[in-house]
Design a protein around this ligand. Structure first.
Ligand code: ATP
Ligand code: MG
Length: 451
């Protein structure tokens, strides 16, 4: 579809496609509105006000990066970044509602209503002698806080399609690396030597997979080839950064495709090592696929998605395995479940730290699962009142749909939640839970809610 759209944009012009007259490296191609066909209606007013404000003050300013790429693909960008030759202090002085963020490389957030535009000063190469930069022995850039000119700024971006600059005043796109031609051909291509660029920042491997799935672009062979070889480099990336990138990947609306591409390139070992195990079990694979497909459908329909729920699904079959192990070691079901949850979360945290606020939800969803098995007495009523009931119930339905649990349990809960008082009463199963005063007799099958 994207190809078709691009064809329409580029072939509608009588002029030759920009690829034919694009600059050789180092030279800038200036592509006019007639050729690139960007629809101004897709551009946020806040972004235009930001570039105008900077230009009025005598600076250069462009919409840059993913926003330009998306505009060329006729998609409405999620967020807009602006690049300028003004320093953060200068930007901050121009806009009343703005603040400088970041300690090392400082950016400016310019606020218009509830929209925030991120403004960054052109950055130079980490290889420059001047400025604040540091590179690890592996080649990974630890810090590159160097100002530079626009051309240098373009070189340090990742893909050619991400190194495009749009000036809303002239309506021209500045293209330093044949990005427009690559987009036109449906190709995602790394700027410079892919091997070096991945070593500098291994997260670029994840970005390649994510952007190619999200935008329907093919990763260029040279850009793709080193990925499997270098997958292990992800081990050195700070876990919180990996989490941010993975969250973007899973919420892109193309999670299923991205997850299988991650696996195909061996990238999941450093992120969700558990995914391998899970995907190897037919049941686990079914469960994860169902969950990801659900997530994609929700994202594409603009419905909210809970990352806690999503990660709960990705790790569930690992929890199940560990749960069984702890039970076999003689632990009661509920303590065993909690031991399993701790084990899976600890292991995961070593690779990719799931943000606390999401891991709390994840644990709540898991922790409520045994309670769905009790369909007698007062317990089902109190479960319905639990603030996490809805998420835990959706999770239960996935377990049923994947074949892990009999479909009948899910159906029972759907009906119970919707029934009136009398019907609910009639639905309850006979209460076989031992009464409290008989507690000293150790029950054959202890209640899973005993914690
Ligand atoms: P998305 O549409 O998902 O936001 P994006 O390409 O805009 O994709 P951002 O994280 O918003 O991703 O980054 C904005 C821009 O910054 C990119 O388009 C790219 O030019 C540059 N960039 C981001 N991450 C990297 C990186 N790891 N290495 C080099 N350049 C990067
Ligand atoms: Mg972006």
């Amino acid at each position: 579809m994207i190809k078709k759209l691009l064809q329409r944009v580029f072939t509608s012009s009588k002029k030759p496609a920009p690829s034919n007259k694009a600059a050789s490296p180092g030279k800038t191609a200036r592509i006019s509105a007639k050729v690139h066909g960007i629809d101004r209606k897709l551009i946020s007013n806040a972004a235009i006000k930001t570039t105008e404000g900077l230009q009025k003050a005598g600076f250069e300013a462009f919409i840059v990066g993913g926003a330009v790429r998306d505009l060329l693909l006729k998609q409405r960008p999620k967020d807009f970044d602006v690049a300028t030759n003004a320093t953060p202090e200068q930007v901050n002085r121009i806009f009343r509602r703005s603040r400088i963020i970041g300690r090392r490389f400082r950016l400016v957030h310019v606020m218009f209503g509830d929209e925030t535009i991120e403004v960054s000063t052109f950055r130079g190469s980490h290889l420059n002698e001047t400025g604040d930069s540091k590179v690890a022995d592996s080649g990974r850039i630890l810090r590159d806080n160097v100002f530079g000119n626009q051309e240098e700024d373009a070189v340090r971006r990742d893909f050619t399609a991400n190194a495009l600059y749009y000036d809303p005043a002239s309506e021209e796109v500045l293209d330093f690396h044949h990005g427009v031609a690559d987009l036109q051909a449906g190709v995602l291509r790394m700027i410079g030597d892919p091997l070096t660029r991945y070593r500098e920042d291994p997260v670029r491997m994840l970005r390649a997979v994510r952007l190619s799935a999200k935008l329907g672009l093919k990763i260029a062979p040279d850009t793709e080839k080193p990925i499997s070889e270098l997958a292990d480099l992800l081990h050195d990336v700070p876990p919180s950064r990996l989490f941010d990138e993975m969250l973007k990947l899973f919420l892109s609306g193309h999670a299923l495709e991205s997850a299988s591409a991650l696996r195909q390139h061996g990238l999941h070992h450093g992120l969700l090592p558990l995914l391998d195990v899970v995907l190897e079990q037919p049941m686990g694979e079914r469960f994860v696929k169902l969950a990801l497909r659900n997530t994609d459908e929700r994202v594409l329909a603009d419905k909210p998605v809970s990352p806690g729920f999503l990660f709960a699904t990705l790790l569930w079959h690992e929890v199940l395995l560990a749960w069984k192990k702890y039970e076999q070691q003689g632990n009661k079901p509920i303590p065993a479940l909690h031991m399993a949850m701790d084990e899976v979360c600890d292991l995961q945290a070593e690779k990719m730290a799931i943000h606390k606020r999401f891991s709390a939800t994840m644990r709540e969803i898991w922790g409520l699962q045994p309670r769905f098995e009790i369909r007698a007495g007062r317990r089902p009523y109190s479960l319905l009142e639990n603030p996490r009931y809805r998420a835990a119930y959706d999770f239960l339905l996935l377990r049923c749909e994947s074949g892990e649990l009999p479909a009948e349990i899910g159906q029972w809960w759907t009906e119970f939640a919707n029934a009136d008082g009398e019907r609910r009463q009639a639905m309850l199963l006979p209460d076989t839970t031992p009464r409290k005063r008989k507690r000293r007799r150790s029950p054959k099958k202890p209640s899973p809610t005993s914690e």
